[in-house]
Design a protein around this ligand. Sequence first.
Ligand code: 5AD
Ligand code: SF4
Length: 440
Amino acid sequence: MKRVFIRTFGCQMNEYDSERMLTLLKGEYIPCAEPKEADLILVNTCSVRKKAEEKVYGLVGRLKHLKKQRPELIIGVCGCVAQQEGEKILKRLPHVDLVLGPQAVYRLREALEKVRAGEGPVVDTEFRKDFRQPLILPELDGDRPVKAFVTIMQGCDNFCAYCVVPYTRGREISRPPEDILAEVECLVRQGVREVTLLGQNVNSYGRKEKGFPSFAELLREVAAIPGLWRVRFTTSHPKDLDEDLMRCFAEVPEVCEHLHLPVQAGSDRVLKRMHRRYTKEEYLAKVRRLREICPEIALTTDIIVGFPGETEEDFAETLRLLEEVRFDEIFSFKYSDRPLARSTQFEDKVPEEEKARRLSLVHQVQERITRETNESYLGREVEVLVEGKSPGNPSLWTGRTRTNHVVNFSGPEDLKGKLVHVLIEGCGQHSLRGRMLDSQ
Ligand code: 5AD
Ligand code: SF4
């Protein structure tokens, strides 16, 4: 059996695609832990921010010596950087054999055959209008996971001014509901208890296809699968978050009380230039309504600082928004120019040091809010789905609350995959600690 090494950068969509590539290679390749042991190396890449892209060039560049030692080694660059750069990757990294965009990762076997037949290097960055993600039923072996991702749609139609994704992942295409349900059922049969439904903008699921359910309807169908205990989903666009979906948090017991709702900025002027299509007040109104429907809901968000033209006053609006909403956690980034994204052409760029200053202010404000949010769990009893031993301390179990907070606790053997009740007795910046009360 040959060996494959996969390294995945970026979002959960990429993690999902990497898993599918491993499934496609089953029978021919087994995964290995080190590039030097591999016959095939795949780097699944992210281009959403400049930093992520630079990492890819660093890593793949360093593989050159392996290819020199063993010319039969096949090296593939997949995902968003592959899509964005195409042939250009071969100029910069001539030791690469495969360049596969996000749709083409599903054509991996064909591409490998061509390389082996001496027809390489292969560059496949074609977007097919009629692209349908094939149904590749997952086969979990070894240490089976408790939770899994399931992609429900590809691509994005929103064209936010800063974003490269519509160019790297193409237009929105929803997967047929029967494929999604079959995949989730297959995972549940293998012991998975929690799924996260993935898409760039899950709220617009099915809108372009005739006869497809809405996202809220799909969510209810997935949640009804026997043996599935928890359902999450990401990412949601604030403009498309409707009452039907909000009600799922209160009405569907399997839908966990956590929503990632990227706001990006707090100033209406910046939101408009970002082409986000909502105002700060509209965003806040949705947050209020969500909390009315489901008071315990945890909210997380993404923030970009230093978007072109963002003034000190605009930035102050972002800090105010953080104080107003009090997110459980945020992911914050310095704006970076991306090829093809519209804002790359904007002339009023914010200097690098100013972006760094704003980012650290955002961190400071949110660190306090996160700490206070974590402290509010002290003394409370929470339900935790146990994922396994804590990577940082193998004498502890780790899992998440329904609100997506990590909880570490000690307990008896064989808790993996169980729902337990934990009394929270301590907290750090990124996790809670507790004592187990009972299991179900
Ligand atoms: N610069 C900085 N951050 C970006 N993001 C997307 N594009 C850019 C960019 N050009 C951030 C957004 C998005 C997250 C996945 O990455 O906050 O929600
Ligand atoms: Fe990165 Fe975005 Fe592509 Fe995901 S979709 S891999 S975050 S660029």
